[in-house]
Design a protein around this ligand. Sequence first.
Ligand code: NAP
Length: 299
Amino acid sequence: MSQGGSSNVIDGRRISQLVQEEVKLHVEQLKSEHGVEPGLAVLIIGDRTDSQVYVKHKVLACEKCGIRSVKVELGKETTQEEAERVVRELNGDSSIHGILVQLPIPEHLDEKKLLAEISFEKDVDGFHPTNIGLLAMRDRKALAQPCTPSGVMEILRREKVETKGAKAVVVGRSNIVGIPMALLLLKANATVEVVHSQTPRAELESAVKSADILVVAAGKAGLVDGSWIKEGSVVIDVGMNSIPDASKKNGYRLVGDVQYDEAAKRAKLITPVPGGVGPMTVAMLMHNTEGGRRVASLT
Ligand code: NAP
């Protein structure tokens, strides 16, 4: 079933609200039955305005869900040693159940090394190599799964999209979206094809045309031609691109990677941009922070 303006448009904001209401209930249960108050530490390094905005959204979502949040701010001159020391301190703090480092961090810092410092039990982003390794293995489960792809799986589950036996195509192979997305779809028994920037355009087109479920995460406005979309398929557009738009007060608007209008005529279900996958990412972060199995491993 879909919500939103048109009958085939998936309302990501509404699904995100539902997930957060469920998280709130679980948090209340954790507090009353186990005396545990989940705590999320958000480490922000430097003075990027966009990072401050993203962190503000995460802190507000924590408030809504009854999760304690701690914002740790470090200056843009912070050294690698100092940043790693702060992460280690948070690893050792029993009132903190989840740690995330707001990306990007200043260029002089080694992002891979810093992220690897987060103990995998507190890795709410699901980016730790151990969690990605568990995600990649059959019959194993990561303690936390990357938020954006698990938000996509949540959309598919709530919209009752059958993944078993479906042909799924993922455009993009980043560590944050494409690769974990492909792994999650594979675990959900889809037959998965991954295409990327080195895939010839004709193969990109034929892959898209074959997809029952298409997930696009390339960060290229309008990359997927709407006429390629298979009739009756499910189209999930993760892409978020700002393009100039003189009619807007701020001079730009957000669009996805799929040419929406044509695609929406052919798809059974489609996510809009904005208002599709975007709101799911923070909801799944809340889910991961509350995450019973992970919090249980720490208490
Ligand atoms: P990324 O790290 O830049 O990865 C982009 C991927 O797309 C790469 O694997 C790249 O291939 C592939 N690609 C680039 N151009 C392509 C082309 N012409 N044809 C096929 N594949 C192409 O980006 P990301 O972090 O995965 O994010 C992707 C998009 O999702 C961005 O627009 C981002 O803003 C958005 N996003 C949204 C959310 C959300 O909450 N909604 C969360 C995360 C990301 P190579 O590997 O060969 O370079």
